[in-house]
Write a protein that binds this ligand. Structure first.
Ligand code: NAD
Ligand code: MG
Ligand code: MG
Ligand code: MG
Ligand code: MG
Length: 329
């Protein structure tokens, strides 16, 4: 594994993470094959990127390391139908999110090394940063170390992704799974989108123009987040006016108060005790009825209509949806 050219890696799944991992590892000198369902939606993309694409069963047969980069909810079935009987004896099984292993949906064969390498960023960013000579921080963990070299494999893989250029931190499957779910639910995706929608609704219901409300609560958020990214909350405070700072100090904690934190703790408890995953699995098995309803409600929110009109005037967004459009948490 450490001598990259001799290590055969099979990447199963060619979506957000799969594509970025396959391209970065190939550019780092690994021998990469992509495993996909024949005729599936991303097969053409992998071929266009110059990869040999095989069925998942064929791709994993002679691989030294298999990275499972399909959606989380199909991994259990993929493991049972394909991986369990086709993985090479003593191979390394790698995940980018610990959910299935941590919550016991997948119990990996005992001869395997089982590791986790999770870039702390969406796939498009993992690729973009690599291409410009930088990297996205990666966290890694070892669940099963049959060979005694599992950690070495995980580090070599994370290095091949470009993670070593940023930072690599050791974690556990439990910590990665629970913190990743909490972050995307309470802050990054769920928290941030609900905060923006509530702010927009408050202004529009008070009679202000939707266009102005959009700029105030959504468009300008990028500038603030860029400052967080570069230098934390301190850097943001250095860039905003004294008036904005005073307003932040007195009103921020009125909006995000102790009751919000108490509900964040409830969200975390549901993640930790398996309630969230149980509900998500049931929803998935039922054919995603509520998921689709929620998704439609977000798409139908008035902020989306005004946003579409305003973004049509941002010439730099035209004809290029931008890498961010491929990004997911
Ligand atoms: P995705 O939905 O973008 O892509 C999934 C890929 O798997 C597609 O190529 C799809 O065609 C393929 N696929 C679906 N079912 C399959 C099957 N039965 N057999 C073979 N291939 C199949 O997925 P993603 O968002 O990249 O997530 C992959 C993994 O990475 C998940 O474990 C996720 O939690 C983790 N992760 C994702 C991100 C992210 O930014 N998206 C970040 C960190 C970790
Ligand atoms: Mg939402
Ligand atoms: Mg302002
Ligand atoms: Mg504040
Ligand atoms: Mg996640």
């Amino acid at each position: 594994m450490t001598s990259s050219t001799s290590t055969k890696i099979a990447i199963v799944g060619y979506g957000s993470q799969g594509r970025a991992h396959a391209l970065n590892l190939r550019d780092s000198g690994f021998d990469v094959t992509v495993g996909l369902r024949p005729g599936g939606p991303t097969e053409a993309k992998a071929k266009a990127d110059g990869f040999v694409v095989k069925s998942p069963a064929e791709a994993v047969k002679d691989a030294d390391l298999v990275a499972v980069l399909t959606p989380d909810m199909v991994q259990k079935k993929l493991y049972e139908d394909v991986l369990r009987d086709n993985l090479k004896q003593g191979a390394v099984l790698l995940f980018a999110h610990g959910l299935n292993v941590h919550f016991g949906m997948i119990s990996p064969r005992e001869d395997l090394d089982v590791v986790l390498v999770a870039p702390k960023g969406p796939g498009a960013l993992v690729r973009r940063e690599y291409e410009i000579g930088r990297g996205v921080p990666c966290i890694y963990a070892v669940y099963q170390d049959k060979s005694g070299k599992a950690e070495e494999f995980a580090l070599a893989y994370a290095g091949g992704l470009g993670g070593a250029r940023a930072n690599i931190i050791k974690t556990t499957f439990k910590e990665e799974t629970e913190t990743d779910l909490f972050g995307e639910q309470a802050v990054l995706c769920g928290g941030a989108s609900s905060l923006v929608q509530a702010g927009f609704e408050t202004l529009v219901e008070a009679g202000y123009q939707p266009e102005i409300a959009y700029y105030e609560v959504l468009h300008e958020l990028k500038l603030i987040v860029d400052l967080f990214y570069e230098g934390g909350i301190t850097r943001m405070l250095e860039f905003i006016s004294e008036t904005a700072q005073y307003g932040d100090f007195v009103s921020g904690p009125r909006v995000i108060d102790a009751s919000v934190k108490a509900r964040m703790k409830d969200v975390l408890t549901d993640i930790q005790n398996g309630t969230f995953v149980r509900n998500w699995q049931a929803e998935y098995d039922a054919g995603l009825p509520n998921y689709r309803k929620f998704q439609q409600a977000d798409k139908d929110h008035p902020i989306e209509k005004v946003g579409k009109e305003l973004r049509a005037k941002m010439v730099w967004l035209q004809g290029n949806a931008g890498p961010a459009s491929e990004e997911q948490a």
